[in-house]
Ligand binder design. Structure first.
Ligand code: PRP
Ligand code: URA
Length: 215
């Protein structure tokens, strides 16, 4: 079995605030309103880890007391790319921390019979090749959707990509590592595995349905 512990490209955020909030949304009795709110909150908290290695540049500024050489984030604005629908549920929380970020949209759903990802929409900001592209989706199950989403942004020119999710199955992480070894995977929790319907166990159920109240 693939050993994530020795893999620096896989980060599990085990911060107590993130873990606590994740427990709230895992509970089957948590309703749509609360579920949606917490998914966004966790997205916001994960930003610290996602942006840890952003490049800084030196600038000359003046404080009210003295001139100084200070640092600011360098380069083009980063882009958040949610995989629709469920990924959209994390975007507002992330934008609260990164208000200038651009947003691209990746329309994909998992065909529940074949488990293959089906693409239905894609729209991105320009200069994808110069931006950090953060693909977000709360759930990484078989990894089919994530791998297809990464391929899509690579075909549009993206070179610096991170994949971010709330709950991952080891199978999904392993597939991304195999197909896209250059893409770091940042997860809030790594669960046990998949059930016979390829749902994450213990997971939190169907995330899109729980965010949007569609079941
Ligand atoms: C869910 C989830 C991921 C995908 C994960 O989306 O949000 O995109 O399944 O499964 P995989 O790793 O096996 O591909 P879903 O297809 O249910 O669409 P939705 O977000 O529109 O509900
Ligand atoms: N999609 C979900 O929303 N949940 C799972 O457990 C697997 C795929």
């Amino acid at each position: 079995m693939y050993n994530f512990k020795d893999d620096k490209m896989v980060v599990v955020i085990d911060h107590p605030l993130v873990t606590h909030k994740l427990t709230q949304i895992r509970k089957e009795e948590t309703g749509t309103n609360e579920f949606r709110k917490i998914v966004n909150e966790i997205g916001g908290l994960m930003v610290y880890e996602i942006t840890r290695d952003l490049e800084l540049e030196e600038v000359d500024i003046k404080t009210p007391v003295a001139p100084m050489k200070a640092k600011q984030i360098a380069g083009e604005k980063l882009v958040i790319c949610p995989i629709l629908r469920a990924g959209l549920g994390m975007v507002d929380g992330i934008l609260q921390m990164l208000p200038s970020a651009r947003v691209g949209h990746i329309g994909l759903y998992r065909d529940e019979d074949t488990l293959q990802p089906v693409e239905y929409f894609a729209k991105f900001p320009n200069k994808l090749d110069e931006r950090l592209v953060i693909i977000v989706d709360p759930m990484l199950a078989t990894g089919g959707s994530a791998v297809a989403a990464i391929e899509l942004v690579k075909n549009k020119g993206a070179k610096n990509i991170k994949f971010v999710c709330l709950v991952a199955a080891p199978e999904g992480v392993a597939l991304i590592r195999e197909k896209h070894p250059d893409v770091p995977v940042i997860v809030a929790a790594l669960d046990e595995g998949l059930n016979e319907k390829s749902y994450i166990v213990p997971g939190l159920g169907d995330c899109g349905d729980r965010i949007y109240g569609t079941k």
